[in-house]
Design a protein around this ligand. Sequence first.
Ligand code: G3I
Length: 303
Amino acid sequence: ASTLGAQAAQSGRYFGTAAAAGKLGDGTYTGILDREFNAVTPENEMKWDATERSRGSFSFGPADQIVNRAQAHGQRMRGHTLVWHSQLPGWVGGIGDAATLRSVMNNHITTLMSRYRGRIYAWDVVNEAFADGGSGQHRSSVFQNALGNGFIEEAFRTARSADPSAKLCYNDYSIENWSDAKTQGVYRMVRDFKARGVPIDCVGFQAHFGAGGPPSSFQTTLSNFAALGVDVQITELDIAQASPSAYASSVRACMNVARCTGITVWGIRDSDSWRVGQNPLLFDNNGGKKAAYQSVLSALGGT
Ligand code: G3I
């Protein structure tokens, strides 16, 4: 096939991108979005600060725009993200009382998932809950500090009841290298969830890589997680300077793992990227295909 999405589909996978509602009026942008990608993740529009700016008052305009558009174009949706310590409105950070925070968190999850019930392929239920560095433990956050370690499990249980048709993912960065303490911490959590029947279906590896690309153990990490009985996905791929070989090894790591169900890049053109000045994506500022595009297409099995 001659596009990323169509080629990924030949092995039953998707190839997606982050998309921003504010760019849907840009014809170059939407031209590439619709031609190349068969999955979409809202870059910011489903985050807490975009959807529940004050308690119990929800707004869905930009998120709806992305979901409706993706559905009209037959693209799968990844929901991003329900429980995250960042892009959290101040009023949530200020809740000290556990019972209040628990009810606020569960209400947020239930309201978003119910609105899009049946239309989301996978939800990032909890994002970036593990600490950087060597501890292998959860990071400090309002959720962790008020509710303790059990907040992640609680979020997943609430999510399962809110939309039983969505795959429920844990999503994080810097968990691609198998020997890292952070990777091991997430692995132990998933193993524990599977052992105790806590509902979890997938793990998202953000894959924000430096110029060297993925660590050599990346495929091992994906297959070790998959062996726990979850799907794995590359959810936010971008690589400083977009070396074709670094992109190709990232894609091959997924292609070589049966339960790696799809890959999402974190934006379309370099000018759309959050990594300003690093040119980390597959299309240049004019929407032209970069060398990395061709290497990704071949790594997916295309020509
Ligand atoms: O919407 C406001 C706008 O009203 C305001 O005028 C402008 C001025 O700064 O800010 C706009 O908000 C920005 C938002 O992107 C939308 O453009 C925020 O400041 C900015 O912080 C935010 O950055 C996003 C970042 O998450 C926030 O943490 C990036 O676009 C987004 O790519 C990035 O994505 C994250 C994933 O969700 C999780 N994993 C890491 C990844 C990269 O940081």
